[in-house]
Design a protein around this ligand. Structure first.
Ligand SMILES: C[S@@+](CC[C@H](N)C(=O)[O-])C[C@H]1O[C@@H](n2cnc3c(N)ncnc32)[C@H](O)[C@@H]1O
Length: 809
């Protein structure tokens, strides 16, 4: 074992200077921009040899169980105690490894001098303008809490503003695995996060980069940009460099577009053996005065991560236009067959320098892996003693060296809440949690959704009791006791203020891959099942499988209840003098059910339906034989009020079979809002609404449920177990009346008009859709009854659907 003071010193000095202040500035103007992205991809023998050596050492880890290995390397990681001690002694906000890495980077690159912070802070005029920074690929956000801690510790009066972009944890189209679902800081600082034009936050989409640039047009110059993008490559460790290179490229172009002259850019890179990384470094060397690579102490020595610190930017205006346009031509594209620059573009001394840099860091990495392998087999008492002593010393050294001390709670970014406490991704167990060795995982084909069914406790999820012989779901009987057991979501707000509520726009995701309103594991399995079964056009009939089970009252069967009208009568105990309005696509069925039971007469019911030819969203309504023709929701309202004054029950069941296209998604959203608004206008106080919908996984759908739970005294969501297994019915009881709800109704009315407003991209191709109209902080407040309710209902529905679909396999 090495001497402990050497070991401690080595921890804080892993760095390599790629270009110093004294080197000449390479001049982009001398480069021929027509050559950009024209050359076939190239490789260099000496780099490939290094890559092979590193991969060979890495491949020795292939037989270790990933969890055991992670445990071992955490133990042998001499910097492991830094975060623990920081938390104990300095109480940083969102204190993670990333926090500690960035705090170290700020010190080691002398950020105070680079950004002239002292002068900035002292100079009265300057200090009127806040120091501005941008943070790319930044979820969950520890770089900002770290920077804030640094600024508040050393320059407490310096005004600072920040903006960040990352894969949006709330965007339903973002795949789990690459999206960090830990939203502790994000949820409290939403106005500081820019998720781009499409709301995904994906830096690989050029429209998001342009949107970001536009959003920052009124900001003071951005003097610091960080880019910490990475994705989990543990299943393809040998391909990490190639996999992340498009992200690094897009981060860099975004930084070059936004950073001000003389600004600082911090980019996380991995290995640089291949043409893409070599070209990227060459580009950086051309546009920055100094370029240095740092491996912070908290970055595990066995990984390839290294931070490139670029200082003294030449400024966007100094980049020739044609050069820039050509760089952007391949933004976000993954064409591995062409290189950014031809090989002969890059001077040999630069290639040599980049090679020495690669050699330096890969040697450190190889040494670290070999040490870990050695210790795995031979960890003895003396090793343990050394490790434990070194860990303590390194943590102590970190705190002293970088002068970390506690800051007052009110100086934190989120001063009123402790973002260290709750942690969404604990509950939403990550899909990426892996088990077994790499070789075992490679041997396995990806688990099929139908095999995962056994992993879920479906009976528990559905509250299925062991099937009794006498069915509790006999056909043609109403079970009032079942209804009474419904789970209700009660309204707690007496007055709802929507004045400051903003709406979120973006692109409807092509498919739902992620929802903050359900377990993502379950969701992904259900989505694969849906896709596979719709490919094979498999029919799903559920009642046959479940009629002999006793399910939670969350589930209902049409054959049991005859119709939702039965449920309504049970729930509301409304007398047979009630006046109904039925907005439906299935007039005859509903009408006969309602009229044939409980002595409800024809003149108590008005049925309003779309004509057969029109789409459900049509504003043209044909009226059943009992009524007249009505042409829009507005005239429908007038008609109902003239006929009934106020009604007791509105029943709306325009449930579309499937919504795939954007246009039908928009129409469907409009329709649901129109139905709810109509109900708000025609219902008597304490009246009821029954609304049939499909999935409740998106922010839009959950915004609707949120509004309903505010509009009515109580709401319950039932899940159909009949042929439409995605069909849900929302029973809303006890309308609270327009006086209490005036503001919220007006918000909904405005929202409806927004659904129809299409906003265009600068090239006119992409329209922007309305994605959410209730603040996400309210929708996803984990302490709220609303959130717990919707999360549970969705999981039950998905669990049920998975079980049903698996039975069909
Ligand atoms: C290592 S984490 C960043 C940690 C962060 N610096 C911190 O201190 O908390 C990498 C981040 O990159 C994000 N990311 C990966 N691919 C991305 C992409 N295409 N666009 C935007 N963000 C991306 C991930 O979702 C993740 O939040």
């Amino acid at each position: 074992m090495a001497k402990s003071h050497t070991v401690i010193g080595n921890c804080f000095t892993k760095e390599f200077t790629l270009k110093s202040n004294h080197d000449n500035l390479y001049n982009l103007l001398t480069l021929d921009c027509d050559k950009i992205f024209t050359a076939a991809s190239w490789s260099l023998d000496q780099f490939s040899k290094l890559e092979k050596e590193l991969n060979e050492i890495k491949s020795r880890l292939n037989d270790y169980d990933i969890k055991v290995w992670q445990q071992h390397t955490s133990y042998t990681n001499l910097a492991h105690d830094i975060v623990f001690q920081l938390k104990q002694q300095c109480y940083p906000e969102l204190c993670t490894q990333a926090w500690a890495k960035f705090y170290e980077i700020l010190h080691r690159c002398n950020i105070d001098q680079r950004l002239n912070l002292q002068q900035w802070s002292d100079d009265l005029d300057l200090s009127q303008i806040p120091l501005s920074s941008l943070h790319l690929c930044e979820g969950p956000g520890a770089f900002m809490t770290s920077f804030n801690h640094y600024l508040k510790s050393h320059y407490p009066h310096l005004p600072w503003q920040w903006l960040a972009m990352t894969l949006n944890p709330y965007y339903e189209g973002n795949k789990d695995g690459s999206t960090i679902t830990d939203n502790r800081l994000i949820s409290k600082t939403l106005s500081h996060w820019n998720f781009g034009r499409d709301n995904s936050g994906n830096i690989l989409h050029r429209h998001n980069m342009t949107f970001l640039v536009e959003s920052l047009s009124q900001w003071p110059s951005i003097r610091l940009v960080t880019a910490d993008g990475s994705i989990d490559c543990s299943d393809r460790p040998g391909q990490q460099e190639a996999i992340v290179s498009p992200i690094l490229y897009c981060e860099t172009l975004t930084a070059l577009r936004i950073l001000t002259k003389d600004g600082v850019y911090v980019l996380k890179m991995f290995t640089s053996f291949q043409h893409r990384s070599i070209c990227l470094i060459y580009l950086l060397l051309n546009v920055f005065q100094e370029v240095k690579a740092i491996k912070p102490s908290c970055s595990k020595s066995g990984n390839s991560e290294v931070y490139i610190i670029c200082i003294g930017y030449i400024g966007f205006n100094a980049i020739p236009k044609q050069f820039w346009d050509n760089l952007c031509a391949n933004y976000g594209l993954e064409d591995r067959c062409i290189s950014l620059f031809p090989l002969d573009y890059i001077p040999v001394p630069i290639i040599d320098k980049i090679y020495t840099f690669c050699q330096y860091f890969s040697t450190l990495q190889i040494d670290a892996i070999q040490r870990n392998i050695r210790l795995f087999d031979t960890l003895n008492k003396s090793n343990r003693k050394f490790i434990s002593k070194a860990k303590k010393a390194i943590a102590k050294e970190y705190i002293t060296r970088y002068q970390v001390y506690e800051i007052q709670p009110e100086k934190k970014i989120v001063s009123s809440v402790d973002v260290n406490l709750s942690r969404r991704d604990d509950k939403f167990k990550s899909i990426g949690s892996k088990a077994g060795s790499f070789n075992q995982r490679v041997g396995q084909t990806k688990r099929k959704w139908s095999e995962s069914v056994n992993d879920y406790n479906i009976p528990e999820l559905l509250k299925i009791e062991t099937a009794p012989c006498s069915s509790r779901f006999p056909r043609n009987r109403i079970f009032r006791e079942e209804i009474c057991n419904l789970q209700w979501l009660h309204c707690n707000d007496t007055l709802i203020e929507t004045e400051n509520w903003t709406r979120t726009y973006g692109f409807y995701p092509a498919e739902i891959c992620n929802s903050c309103f359900a377990s993502n594991e379950l969701l992904l399995d259900v989505m694969s099942a849906r896709q596979e079964q719709s490919r094979h056009k498999q029919e799903i009939k559920t009642i046959d499988n479940y009629q002999n089970h006793s399910l939670s009252p969350t589930f209902y069967s049409n054959s049991c209840y005859k119709s939702i009208a039965d449920i309504l009568l049970s729930v509301t105990k409304t007398g047979n003098q009630s006046k109904y309005v039925v907005l439906s696509g299935k007039v005859q069925h509903i009408l006969s059910n309602i009229c044939n039971q409980s002595g409800v007469s024809d003149d108590q019911v008005k049925v309003i339906t779309t004509s057969n030819e029109s789409t459900p969203c049509s504003t043209y309504f044909a009226i059943s034989s009992t009524s007249e023709l009505i042409s829009s929701f507005d005239s429908c309202e007038r008609y109902i009020q003239e006929t009934f004054k106020a009604v007791d029950i509105v029943f709306a069941d325009f449930h579309p079979e499937s919504i795939k296209e954007r246009a039908s998604q928009t129409s469907h959203n409009k329709l649901i809002l129109s139905e709810v608004l109509l109900a708000c206008k025609v219902l008597a106080m304490n009246g009821h609404l029954i609304l049939t919908v499909g999935d409740l996984l998106s922010r839009f759908q959950c915004s609707v449920v949120y509004m309903l739970h505010v509009f009515f005294n109580k709401v319950s969501i039932l899940h159909s177990i009949d042929d439409q297994i995605r069909c849900k019915t929302i029973i809303c009881c006890g309308y609270r009346g327009p006086d209490t709800l005036a503001q919220a109704i007006s918000h909904l009315q405005q929202t409806l008009s927004m659904v129809s407003i299409l906003r265009h991209d600068e090239d006119g191709t992409n329209e922007v859709d309305l994605l959410c109209f209730v603040p996400i902080s309210l929708l996803t407040d984990e302490g709220s009854e609303f959130y717990r309710y919707i999360y549970e209902i969705n999981n039950r529905s998905l669990g049920f659907e998975l079980a049903v679909r698996a039975n069909k396999e």
